[in-house]
Write a protein that binds this ligand. Structure first.
Ligand code: NAP
Ligand code: GLV
Length: 319
């Protein structure tokens, strides 16, 4: 039987460590790191932010494994130039594989920092000021999680463990113990009910045409006055000027941002100069090599046996 052929592409990473790990997990496979000009057949591609030429018209490709949860970069290739994705290839994204715990910790840290006002104490320390601030009442510090998928549901549970009220919003209805759930269309009546009274909004939506620019002045105005924003999904969700204006006029108190419209964030970007914006370099949940390899290898073996797998992206829906 012919050996299965696997292409690998991960910009800015040591491909050899990945190829060794994949070779251990899939000893029968023929693995190669993609190079420009390589148009030869492959059964599977394991990629992050691939160039169009890697995927377009690749003969025989059965599945593309995305080395992350968000598939927006791959789907943008198809939107910008239809035909970029081989027609019969499945697109499969990572499901958790160690990201949910990291995301839970990141958001818990942000919630505790704002709940206990450690952000304001840090600013007071820089001014050498000593005052005790009145604590935020925990029972009124409602956290709203936008997106209750693999990561959003885990994040909602991690925040609920801190003892604050938690609610979540998704497209389809969900039931999660201890979490108030809302569902429907963005900007519909359920969405407004979800936002009403939220003191800290966490975004864990995928980046799709429907969710683009969702974090805007209209949404900020529906939260509790002086609310907090944590964006750990994608920069394209946030209308940047609306955040700057909302901080200036008191609609929002502070924001923690892990993702940006342009990454890396340009050195002259106004966000760097705003002390109420906390910036991290897209690190809230990193792809972990061993976990990702093990999940993808199991799925490749399942597909090779003719079975179906979870995590298949619905291309029309965008996630
Ligand atoms: P997921 O499992 O696909 O969950 C997506 C959630 O969003 C689902 O609950 C879905 O609703 C909901 N949703 C999608 N479109 C919607 C819409 N128009 N209106 C309302 N709800 C909508 O994705 P995930 O694995 O949790 O990951 C979420 C995102 O996190 C990724 O797409 C990626 O952009 C981001 N991410 C960021 C980092 C980082 O380091 N910053 C790391 C990993 C992932 P249904 O459940 O009803 O389908
Ligand atoms: C990271 O941003 C991911 O989508 O996994």
């Amino acid at each position: 039987m012919a050996k299965m052929k696997i292409l690998f592409w991960l910009p800015q990473a040591d491909a050899s460590a990945w190829l060794h790990g994949l070779a251990r997990a899939l000893p029968e496979a023929e693995l190669r790191a993609w190079q420009p000009g390589d148009n030869a057949a492959a059964d599977y591609a394991i990629v992050w932010h691939p160039p169009r030429e890697l995927l377009a018209a690749r003969p025989g490709l059965r599945a593309i494994f995305n080395l992350g949860a968000g598939v927006d970069a791959i789907l943008a290739l198809e939107r910008d130039q239809p035909g970029s994705l081989p027609q019969d290839a499945l697109l499969v994204r990572l499901e958790d594989s160690g990201m949910a715990q990291q995301m839970g910790e990141y958001v818990q840290h942000a919630v505790l920092r704002y709940l206990r006002r450690f952000d304001e104490y840090a600013l007071a320390q820089a001014r050498r000021e000593w005052h005790v601030l009145a604590p935020h009442p925990r029972e009124a510090f409602t956290v709203g999680v936008l997106g209750l998928g693999v990561l959003g549901a885990q994040v909602a549970r991690a925040i609920a463990a801190l003892g604050v009220p938690v609610r979540g919003f998704s497209r389809s209805a969900k039931t999660l113990d201890g979490i108030a759930t809302y569902s429907g269309e963005l900007h519909g009546a359920q969405f407004d009910a979800f936002l009403d009274g939220v003191k800290l909004l966490v975004n864990l939506l995928p980046a799709t045409p429907d969710t683009q620019d969702i974090l805007d002045a209209r949404v900020f105005a529906k939260l509790e006055r002086g609310a907090y924003l944590v964006n750990v999904a994608r920069g394209s969700h946030l209308v940047e000027q609306d955040l700057i204006d909302a901080l200036a006029n008191g609609t929002l108190s502070a924001a923690t941002l892990d993702v940006f419209r342009e990454e890396p964030l340009a050195p002259d970007h106004p966000f760097w100069r705003e002390p109420r914006i906390t910036i991290t370099p897209h690190c809230s949940a990193l792809t972990l090599r061993d976990e990702a390899i093990s999940q993808i290898a199991d799925k490749i073996e399942a597909l090779a046996r003719g079975e179906t797998v979870s995590g298949i992206v619905h291309i029309g829906r965008g996630y």
